[in-house]
Design a protein around this ligand. Structure first.
Ligand SMILES: [Zn+2]
Length: 510
């Protein structure tokens, strides 16, 4: 498991206090920069008014900023690619899927063996690694995501937050702000206040019976439109329910947040009976990503040993596709144990197998892995030619796009890399990863002012305002800052400082 990129800076007592208030007062985490973004009294309507789509999105972004810093957030480009492409297929299935608010949905994984998935305000949908691993088919996984999309597009979260009593939101927000203001170091801002409680706290969102029925209805419609098996929903929910029957002490967390009743199951089954049956063949990437998540879920030597046992078993008993997924898992494990020879042998067997199986389209996960292996093996120019090919083949893969930038840099093509990343930054304005990579590319070019400017954008996109301001200061002090750079720095500094001042004033009033 990789360490958190930011220190957990809150005093334990404050952390406990925050966690308790969160648990008692509200399922939703209110982060400080949200409070400066909007007047607090407008936050929760006492009259049961729903949150506006813009407010809901901002709230979701703030929670996401905290989650992204959590060590349990799976910051893994192939996983994000897979989940977002699957989500994209579901969202494109019917005009109703996105709902009126029309959010840009974002799907992500959480390192957690328990069976759960959840929707945050504003279209952010998380799936636990345990849930993906327990899904027996892609249709089962799709059914859970489709159900969550249903909650978002029907604005269930907005309504739930709107119904929170305002006096419950205020003390929580005040406590968060006080904890922030108590710190003298500027570099904590907007930072990982909540740590893992960020993910934990939102799990307490629990929907009512009508909301569940509505999400099931829309979820089934989405599944059907996208060509998945409707039985996926029945099978998966049914298995969850059985699991809870046998272990009353340990209800799967999904069932706590999405209460499952006999009536709800009967409703789903009744709807399905009226619809025609369609078969869906699992994509190879579904099986590969399950192997990947098995490794990422417990990325320790003990975890590797456990995963090896599972992969060996799978390669003895599984279908051809499962055999490929097992080999991929074993190759990942070999790579982690610095046995690149074995990893290459397995990868070549996989490629040969894929070539023999024309029903499987080329896999972006395998292509990305091949580039990674070449890079690790120090074969920079091989990596670059693979990345060039892969980029044409999989233009939508963020993993391969970022690998392409990496391989340009490794091959000393610094100007090409910065030009490419600048274009990416224009295309994906909300992606902090692009700014981080751009900063690295500038650093290699020795362009200091631009490097700090890119880092400032990176921190600003992740909600860490003081760190962003600090980077602007460093950009200004850089010997190579041009007249034009200075103007950009000044403008950005004014914007960020205004946001920060507003936040601090709010905290003093509490
Ligand atoms: Zn639900």
């Amino acid at each position: 498991m990789k360490p958190a990129p930011y220190p957990r800076f809150l005093h334990p007592a404050i952390r406990l206090g925050v966690a308790m208030v969160l648990a008692l007062a509200s399922p939703v985490l209110i982060a400080p920069s949200l409070l400066h973004a909007q007047n607090l009294p407008n936050l929760g309507g006492t009259d049961g008014e729903e949150l506006s789509p813009l407010m809901e999105r901002r709230l979701g972004e703030q929670v996401m900023n905290n989650i992204r810093r959590d060590p349990d957030y799976i910051e893994d480009a192939p996983t994000l690619d897979y989940l977002n492409q699957l989500g994209g297929i579901l969202l494109g299935s019917s005009p109703e899927a996105r709902g009126d608010a029309g959010y840009d949905f974002f799907f992500f994984g959480v390192r957690d063996p328990s069976l759960n998935a959840f929707a945050l305000p504003g279209g952010f949908i998380g799936a636990h690694s345990g849930l993906v691993l327990s899904a027996q088919s892609e249709s089962e996984l799709a059914s859970v995501l489709a159900h969550e999309i249903g909650h978002v597009s029907q604005r269930h979260i907005a309504r739930m937050i709107g119904n929170q009593r305002k006096d419950a939101l205020l003390p929580m927000a005040g406590l968060l702000i006080a904890a922030l203001a108590a710190r003298s170091s500027p570099d904590i801002a907007g930072a990982a206040m909540m740590g893992s409680t960020g993910i934990a706290a939102q799990r307490q969102l629990s929907f009512g019976r009508d909301a569940e029925r509505e999400a099931d209805r829309l979820g089934l419609q989405i599944l059907r439109g996208a060509g998945f098996e409707l039985n996926g929903m029945v099978n998966f929910f049914g298995r969850l329910q059985n699991a809870s029957r046998n272990r009353t002490d340990n209800l799967p967390s999904y069932l706590r947040t999405h209460p499952m009743t006999g009536e709800r199951m009967a409703d789903i089954e009744a709807r399905i009976r009226t619809l025609s049956y369609k078969q869906h063949v699992d994509s190879l990437d579904f099986l590969l990503i399950r192997s990947r998540l098995r490794v990422l879920q417990d990325d320790t030597p003990q975890g590797w040993r456990d995963a090896t046992t599972v992969f060996l078993e799978q390669s003895r008993q599984g279908t051809r596709a499962q055999l490929m997924a097992a080999k991929y898992g074993l190759a990942m494990l070999a790579q982690r144990q610095r046995d690149s020879a074995t990893a290459f042998v397995l990868l070549n067997e996989l490629k040969a197998e894929a070539a023999r199986t024309p029903t499987y389209p080329a896999s972006q996960i395998l292509s990305s892995f091949a580039i990674e292996l070449e890079l690790l093996g120090g074969q920079a120019s091989n990596a670059l030619s693979l990345a060039k090919e892969a980029r044409i083949q999989f233009p939508l893969s963020r993993a391969i796009t970022m690998q392409y930038a990496d391989t340009l840099l490794v091959n000393g093509k610094k100007n090409e890399a910065t030009t490419f990343l600048r274009d990416q930054a224009q295309l994906y304005r909300q992606d902090p990863g692009v700014q981080r990579a751009l900063a690295r590319a500038y650093a290699e070019q020795g362009k200091l002012a631009l490097q700090h400017l890119a880092l400032a954008e990176y921190y600003s996109l992740t909600g860490a305002l003081p760190a962003a301001l600090e980077q602007l200061k460093m950009a200004r002090g850089s010997s190579d800052a041009s007249f034009y750079d200075q103007a950009v720095i000044d403008a950005r500094e004014r914007e960020l400082q205004a946001s920060w001042r507003e936040l601090m004033e709010k905290s003093k009033r509490k």
